[in-house]
Design a binder for this molecule. Structure first.
Ligand SMILES: [Zn+2]
Length: 303
């Protein structure tokens, strides 16, 4: 299971109750999507180890999405980090962080590499369990969304394995060899059992993060059949014109995207600090797409 921990949910700047945008994916390491001011405190509070952070994916270079990185790097320094840290973001990311971390007061003692990435069919990150792909979205600067796609994996069908007399103790052997000669204890006959006969392929999960954006076709395309969409819902319908002007989405628009993409779940986030209570935004989204949850700091979602 992929665990997502909500670290920050506000737009533009912190408020007394909210921290700007940031999500941690815990899956064979920690992967941060955006890196808000105050991120370290949020990680400590909500059980996300910064020693385990492998990559940071920045949606865009508005400062509310990356101000936490210098502080996080400093703490990694103090903790004696040796592992490299990789930062991905739109054009300008490499130059920005090469400049920031060139200052001797901020220079990491470990390798930090920042990459400019853009829309491509090729993933920006690929591991044995999942890949992360970037795609363009529509904001007031160059901005990216990310799609995290888990790789399909093979699972044993215990009933079929039993029917073919393959005990659990031989699962790794048949997986390695693709087939095994098995003696049926009842009939005394030996027959070849193929891996396909006792396994099935489980499709991987897909999680799509919009970053800051107007609802857009590109996101809709990338989010098709997603298990979870995390979408900008900066404004309510009442402030629709502000959403258009500032290149964000309303809660209702985020829900339309989830509905039209055939997504299973929607998590709305990046709420304007003008709303003390986001219940109306949640209701607005749920009236279009009932499987909507409003992000709350510390919330953990299993996908
Ligand atoms: Zn922005």
């Amino acid at each position: 299971m992929i665990r997502i921990v909500v670290l920050g949910t506000s737009a533009s700047m912190p408020s007394k109750d909210r921290t700007p945008s940031c999500f941690a994916v815990k899956y064979d390491g920690v992967f941060l999507f955006d890196c808000c001011e105050g991120v370290q405190k949020q990680m400590m509070k909500h059980g996300v180890s910064f020693a385990q952070v492998k990559c940071v994916f920045l949606s865009h270079l508005h400062a509310d999405h990356f101000l936490g990185l210098p502080g996080l790097v400093q703490s990694m320094n103090f903790s004696g980090r040796k592992e490299p840290l990789y930062v991905f973001g739109p054009a300008g990311t490499q130059k920005l962080f090469e400049t920031v971390f060139a200052a001797k007061e901020l220079r990491p003692h470990f390798t930090l590499r920042a990459f400019d990435v853009g829309e491509s069919d090729k993933p920006v990150f690929d591991s044995r369990l999942f890949s992360v792909k970037a795609f363009e979205v529509e904001h007031s600067c160059t901005a990216l969304g990310y799609s995290l796609e888990e790789k399909p994996f093979r699972k044993f069908d215990l009933e079929k394995a039993n029917a073919h007399c393959v005990p659990r103790s031989r699962f790794s052997e048949i997986q390695a060899k693709n087939s095994l000669k098995i003696k049926n204890e009842k009939t005394g006959r030996t027959k070849t059992v193929k891996l396909d006969q006792i396994t099935f392929v489980k499709p991987g999960k897909k999680i799509v993060y919009s970053g800051d954006t107007r609802p857009c076709k590109n996101l809709l395309k990338e989010a098709q059949d997603a298990d979870l969409i995390i979408h900008d819902a900066c404004f309510s319908q009442e402030h629709q014109q502000m959403a258009v002007d500032k290149k964000h989405s309303t809660a209702g628009e985020a829900a339309e995207i989830a509905k039209n993409a055939g997504a299973k779940k929607l998590l709305i986030t990046h709420f304007s600090n003008r709303y003390d209570d986001i219940t109306p935004l949640l209701r607005e989204a749920q009236s279009v797409f009932p499987e909507t949850t409003a992000a709350e700091e510390g919330m953990a979602i299993m996908v």
